[in-house]
Design a protein. Structure first.
Length: 557
């Protein structure tokens, strides 16, 4: 929605317009300004000049709005007084630095013509660039002898090109609405090429997209599919339009007389090239047609980027679903809460920094004996670590006949997993143990894991006396043997307890973990112990503040 108004006083006549930052609105403003100036009696050459000047100045604001749409409206005003026209434009774009001497750019230049025309068709210019808006004032006296003959010819040609752009704009929007209903990117590309061929009077068209460093043909018109043209490669490498005369390649018909290759990008990423050629005319593509090519290429870029974002969103949702499924599977592998076995109560907790991770614990009842327990930490986090954790758990569970001898279990696990872990450059810290009630003993073997804390009549720790699984091909382990008395409690945990990267309150050292557990000797209920430990760890029910997994297992007798 735009507004305009005109008024007259004893000292002159004025006209004001305000509208949105669109090419259609600027076109409306330039036509309205021409009508106003015509009513003021300006000669025809001045009317055409002011129409073009205001269109170029307004289009500059529309085509360079910055990172986000500018606020408010574009404002244009005219004052006709004392044989002079004063035009003022107020915009709220980021603005630019007005060059000291804007000259006529090369024929294949994409910018600079507007400033050249404004300089050539006005007597004075004042441009003020500000934080909250930019002000442009243009003045020209009348009557005027008019521009030089060569400039007048240039002006006439540019006016014709500008008219072509405006007339084709509606066709572009109509094509876009139709093409977005296409079933595939190839169909969309075909729509683009057919419309562009029609609007530019070309006979040959090729549209290729960049795919992992190579150009893939997406649409063709008037030519057989072949390898990328040399000028297409040059266009991508130079990041500039390439003009050619004649076929210049065996892939093009001998009848080709002139052509253009336009590369298009998103940021610094090459997206593709658009090639047009004529066989019926030697006339090169003019500035208006070049603008059409650039506009269509921009539509293509936005469409392809939109499709890419949709595909990435779908892949992200699928990955999230698979990630959640993996987390559910990992949780299902943890042992459920079990009834006491031989007077032993047990409870555990496992929380991963990335929903799934390499920490796990296991608790296997041994009828007539007690419990076999496992605490493990696979190097790394995420899917890879969780997969290796599942493999480790499976191998351990397959060694049930050795549960009475934890060191033997670790030696067999180490031998079986060495090849895979060495190839993947991974390792597993692992502590396993058996609580043997009839024998009154706790036997623990530790492969590079955090100490297993045993709090009874005295404080004891089963320390890591051997490296983690995956370091040695045929590892050897020893067992710590600790007496089991009524009131004895066992804590096995992973190194997330003492990881300083975790934002939650954590223990600073392993000694602090052992001291805290021993000082809570009055608590033998494992459920209460778990609650106290989670509170000490700053448990909030969310892994967002975890940099490392946190897992523990508590047994009491």
């Amino acid at each position: 929605m735009s507004t305009h108004d005109s008024s007259g006083t004893a000292t002159g006549r004025s006209w004001q317009w305000a509208g949105p930052y669109t090419l259609e609105a600027v076109r409306e403003a330039s036509i309205g300004a021409r009508a106003f100036l015509q009513s003021c009696g300006l000669p025809e050459d001045h009317l055409s000049g002011w129409e073009l000047v205001l269109a170029e100045a307004g289009n500059n604001c529309v085509l360079h709005p910055g990172d986000r749409p500018p606020p408010g409206l574009l404002e244009i005003s005219l004052l006709v007084a004392a044989g002079q026209v004063t035009a003022r434009l107020l915009d709220r774009t980021p603005g630019f630095d007005w060059p000291d001497d804007p000259g006529l750019p090369d024929d294949d230049s994409e910018s600079g013509r507007g400033l050249f025309l404004i300089e050539a068709l006005t007597d004075s210019r004042i441009y003020a660039r500000g934080k909250h808006g930019n002000f442009l004032e243009l003045r020209r006296s009348f009557p005027d002898p008019g521009p030089p003959e060569d400039l007048e010819a240039t002006l006439e040609a540019m006016t014709e090109e500008l008219s072509t752009c405006y007339e084709s704009l509606s066709a572009i929007f109509r094509f876009t609405a139709e093409a977005r209903d296409a079933d595939s990117p190839r169909d969309f590309a075909g729509h683009v090429l057919e419309h562009l061929i029609t609007l530019t009077s070309a006979e040959i068209g090729i549209l290729r997209v960049a795919d992992h460093g190579r150009l893939v043909c997406l649409a063709l018109h008037g030519v057989e599919e072949g390898d990328p043209l040399p000028m297409e490669t040059r266009a991508l490498e130079s990041r500039r339009d390439q003009w050619f005369e004649g076929p210049e390649s065996a892939s093009l018909p001998d009848t080709v007389r002139t052509g253009l290759v336009h590369p298009f990008f998103h940021d610094d990423e090459p997206l593709g090239v658009l090639t047009l050629a004529r066989t019926s005319s030697d006339e090169p593509f003019n500035a208006g047609e070049l603008n059409l090519v650039h506009t269509f290429a921009e539509f293509l870029s936005q469409h392809f980027l939109s499709l890419r974002h949709e595909e990435e969103a779908i892949r992200s949702r699928l990955a999230r679903h698979e990630f959640d499924l993996a987390a559910a599977i990992q949780q299902s592998l943890l042992p459920p809460v079990q009834d006491p076995v031989e007077g032993i109560h047990a409870i555990g907790h496992c929380e991963s920094a990335l929903s799934i991770g390499g920490d796990f614990y296991d608790l296997i009842p041994m009828e007539g004996t007690g419990y076999f327990f496992v605490i493990a930490d696979v190097m790394g986090k995420g899917v890879a670590a969780s997969m290796m954790a599942a493999v480790t758990r499976s191998i351990i569970r397959s060694l049930g006949e050795d549960f009475d001898h934890p060191a033997t279990v670790l030696e067999k696990v180490g031998s079986q997993m060495f090849e895979d872990l060495d190839r993947l450059e991974m390792f597993v810290t692992l502590a396993v143990g058996v609580v043997d009630v009839p024998a009154g003993l706790i036997r623990v073997a530790n492969a590079g894991h955090c100490p297993v804390v045993i709090s009874g009549n005295e404080l004891a720790e089963a320390m890591p006396e051997a490296p983690p699984i995956g370091i040695e091909r045929s590892p050897s382990f020893q067992e710590d043997v600790i007496p089991l008395h009524p009131g004895t409690r066992i804590l096995a945990y992973t190194d997330g307890f003492i990881d300083p990267r975790n934002e939650r309150p954590v223990f600073e050292t392993q000694d602090e973990v052992a001291a805290w557990f021993h000082q809570s000797a009055g608590t033998v209920d494992p459920v209460i112990l778990k609650q106290q430990l989670l509170q000490r760890l700053g448990q909030t029910g969310s892994a967002e503040s975890l940099a490392d997994d946190q897992t523990f297992l508590i047994l009491t007798f």
